[in-house]
Design a protein around this ligand. Structure first.
Ligand code: PFF
Length: 455
């Protein structure tokens, strides 16, 4: 039996910590702005309800049943038939572990700059220079100094997360999620309300809530599905890994539903905070990966106490991204520890350093390496699209095949029913089974194929 989470709420906090992160406050608003606003949100919500909750349940179930690292879980539960599926999933997990550090580095960068702004280095012009810096970092002007900064912050982020994993994750995450997440949540609610009163913000609200169904196509559907996987860390091995640390009587169904709802509420409120602000600023919504970062200093700049709130916001965002990165690192580390029989320390150093090399390549893909394009994308964008749109959904489907077609039904039902809370209703279990066995594998495969054709 493996070491498990310390408290009853431990698994819940760790899973929320993995789910809530840059996916909500950076990727979701960015994708929403790129893929047509309200339409994207509606499709995303449908994926969350019909796919993500059952899949989250399926993945925690796999982890808790297998009691091993996520890669080995596929091998063990399928009695060797699906060993390759675990290896495939680990590749996606490793890719996201590395490129996520770049965006984590942006958080640190912005945190430093917002502190400099508070200390009065230039007042409003400090904010403007902050925006200019970000736009430069995100690609328009490849400059060595910007790239060096980006690489440095990427490495600081990666090494800090590595250090936390060496110390041992569970307690630290439980404590930080308990305090920081609610503060971040309150802050974004407050700021979303504030943004609504900015002149021009209503246009942004219309963009967010008035869908144009004529824009629907394979690309939008695939992006919304990818985001539903990314945001809940599905298909990335993190949920399976944390599932394996769950206590025997934790209710898998309840924890999955709660995590999915809180993550989705975070994402939608973050968009209500960011997109109208972008409209109010007169920026292009399709500005690029940096919309969240660019708009935040502006939102906070015109209110009393704004500079302090801006710092609090970036601290919250940084903690949220650290807890997500840790869940990815932990999945790699658990694998390396068990596979290569290494100590936690050795495995973490190995994984962190290897991921850092790839992360640096991703950071440089906005500067000196911006000429390297594969399928019309720079290295960072390629890692992002490949993980969210291909690796995670395919690994998710492999997980549902394991549950629906390979594992014995009575084992699945027993695991779902093992809880100290009220047991799930028979109809709920039936619905779970039909969705995981038939609907998810068929639909996700069709969407991936259709999305690839329409690229
Ligand atoms: N769910 C995280 C976020 O929304 O930021 C991202 C993530 C975490 C993806 C862990 C994959 C993963 F394994």
């Amino acid at each position: 039996m493996r070491e498990s989470f310390q408290s009853k709420t431990g698994a819940l906090l760790a899973l929320v910590g993995s789910a809530v992160g840059l996916g909500n406050l950076w990727r979701f608003p960015y994708m929403t702005s790129q893929y047509g606003g309200a339409l994207f949100i509606i499709i995303y919500l449908l994926f969350i309800i019909f796919f993500s909750i059952p899949l989250f349940t399926a993945e925690t179930l796999i982890g808790r049943r297998a009691q091993t690292n996520a890669c080995e879980a596929f091998n063990k539960l399928s009695h060797g038939k699906m060993r390759w599926a675990g290896s495939f999933g680990m590749i996606g997990c490793f890719l996201v572990t590395s490129y996520y550090c770049v965006v984590g580095g942006w958080c640190i960068n912005y945190l430093f700059r917002s502190v400099a702004n508070l200390l009065g280095r230039g007042g409003l012009s400090g904010i403007e220079s902050l925006q200019t810096t970000f736009v430069t970092v995100s690609g328009s002007l490849p400059q060595w100094s910007e790239s060096v900064q980006s690489v440095l912050f990427t490495l600081v982020f990666a090494l800090t997360c590595g250090a936390i994993v060496i110390i041992g994750v569970k307690k630290g995450i439980e404590t930080s999620c308990k305090w920081i997440m609610p503060i971040l949540f309150l802050l974004i609610i407050f700021m979303a309300i504030r943004v609504m009163f900015l002149p021009g913000a209503m246009e942004g609200m219309a963009f967010l809530f008035r869908p144009d169904f004529s824009c629907i196509n394979g690309k939008v559907v695939m992006a919304a599905m990818g985001q539903a996987f990314f945001s809940l860390s599905l298909g990335s091995m993190a949920v399976i890994t944390y599932g394996s640390y769950m206590r025997r009587d934790d209710s898998i169904g309840q924890i999955s539903t709660f995590t999915a709802f809180s993550d989705t509420i975070f994402a939608v409120i973050a968009s209500v905070m960011i997109i109208p602000a972008v409209f109010a600023m007169g920026l292009e919504v399709s500005q690029g990966a940096g919309v969240s970062f660019i708009s935040m200093p502006f939102v906070f700049s015109n209110i009393p106490g704004g500079p302090v709130l801006l710092i609090l916001f970036f601290i919250g965002l940084l903690f949220a991204s650290v807890s997500s990165e840790i869940s990815m690192l932990e999945s790699n580390v658990a694998y390396v520890m068990e596979k290569l029989k290494m100590s936690r320390k050795g495995a973490t150093i190995l994984v962190t350093l290897t991921a850092s090399v790839f992360a640096v390549l991703c950071a440089l893909s906005f500067g000196p390496l911006s000429h390297i394009k594969i399928l019309d994308r720079n290295i960072f964008d390629l890692f992002d699209a490949a993980t969210a749109n291909i690796f995670f959904p395919v690994t998710g489907v492999l997980g549902t095949i394991l549950i629906g077609w390979v594992m014995k039904k009575e084992h699945v039902v027993a695991e779902l029913s093992r809880t100290s809370s009220p047991r799930p209703h028979k109809t709920t279990i039936k619905a779970f089974y039909v969705i995981t066995k038939y609907i998810i594998p068929i639909m996700v495969t069709a969407i991936i194929i259709n999305g690839l054709i329409s690229q």
